[in-house]
Ligand binder design. Sequence first.
Ligand SMILES: N[C@@H](CCC(=O)N[C@@H](CS)C(=O)NCC(=O)O)C(=O)O
Length: 209
Amino acid sequence: MRFYTFQVAPNPTRVGLYLAEKTAAGAAMNVENVIVNLAKREHRSSEHIARNPLGRLPVLELDNGSFLTESTVIVEYLEELHPDPPMIGTTAEERARVRELERIAELGVLVPIARIVHATKSPLGLPPNPEIAALFDKLLPEGLGLLNDKLSDGRAFLAGDCPTIADCTLQAGLQFGRYGKIKFDLPEQLARWDLNYRERDPALSVLVL
Ligand SMILES: N[C@@H](CCC(=O)N[C@@H](CS)C(=O)NCC(=O)O)C(=O)O
């Protein structure tokens, strides 16, 4: 399989972190990384539009030559192929809890950060939009606060003792915030989680900021 990606872009990064976590834990993912340079607008080339008509990343090319888009769908697909070690829980309740955390990480942190970055210093060259930046700046602390509360029992990762897709999505969002140099305070427990997460080998192999 081929994974079309670009460093720092948050949606490819969340899948890249997932792949790195699984590989570090011993899963044979057999996925080759292919860079599509967003800065050079390679995602708008006819070659890439053939992979994803929306011209976005990430894309997973399956061994039968077909393409899968949408980061969460790609992760869910890979997780079905490689369930060990589990990164979306094992029981119905655990899986629901991890997906709940991932939705909060995406909608409460990654999306607001992405909207602020694109409204202030868009790497895709989008025009500045102070109203959008101010709106998402107001929403971001709520998402961060919710996740901070989950960590208040001292757990190492968002869902407990082991990394899950929720950690990957959260860290992909935070890295994009560092890229965009946007200002936000990480509450205490999240700051602890952030330091621990980023010093681990799977994170070091993917994150550049
Ligand atoms: N919902 C999609 C979002 C994909 C997306 O917006 N990707 C960004 C990179 S993080 C992209 O390719 N942007 C290029 C563009 O919109 O022109 C997913 O989760 O994969």
